[in-house]
Design a protein around this ligand. Structure first.
Ligand code: CUA
Length: 157
């Protein structure tokens, strides 16, 4: 088979680049822990109910300006079902799943997390205005997936 000289150069260049890119991704993954779930806290998905902070789901005030909301996701809902937080304060959402992969998504905000069994995912957010916000599951998780939602009530501080 005859290959034109330029074609050969391009092929060698392309293969070399592929090797370089895979090498970079490999080094980052194995030496720096840059995996999709990198840096996330681990949890035993069988023992979510007895592992802190998920043994006490709900809203906890951490200090003057910070609240933590601990939420368990499961087919097909969230626990606790009622969440009430103040506007203008930083809210730290901490989520994990008791069964399969779900999501914790508040439309029109920056809160959009995958909820993965065995992992604790966290997102900080401050609601500017009071109101009722929808929380829904964005990851297909079974036959009840489209029923999986709850609400968060943001009240005047
Ligand atoms: Cu949970 Cu879809």
């Amino acid at each position: 088979m005859h290959l034109h000289k330029f074609e050969k150069i391009w092929l060698i260049f392309g293969i070399a680049m592929l090797a370089v890119f895979l090498g970079i991704v490999g080094v980052q993954a194995f030496t720096q822990g840059q995996t999709p779930a990198g840096g996330m806290e681990k949890i035993d998905p069988e023992k979510v109910d007895v592992t802190a902070p998920f043994d006490d789901p709900g809203v906890h005030q951490i200090d003057e300006d910070t609240y933590e909301v601990v939420i368990k996701a499961m087919a097909y809902g969230y626990e606790p079902s009622e969440i009430k937080v103040p506007a203008g304060k930083e809210i730290i959402f901490k989520v994990t799943s008791k069964d399969v992969i779900h999501s914790f998504t508040i439309p029109n905000t920056k809160v959009n997390m995958m909820v993965v069994p065995g992992q604790v995912n966290e997102k900080r957010y401050t609601f500017k205005e009071p109101g009722t916000f929808l929380i829904l599951c964005n990851e297909y998780c079974g036959t009840g997936h489209h029923f999986m939602h709850t609400e968060i009530e943001v009240v005047e501080k």
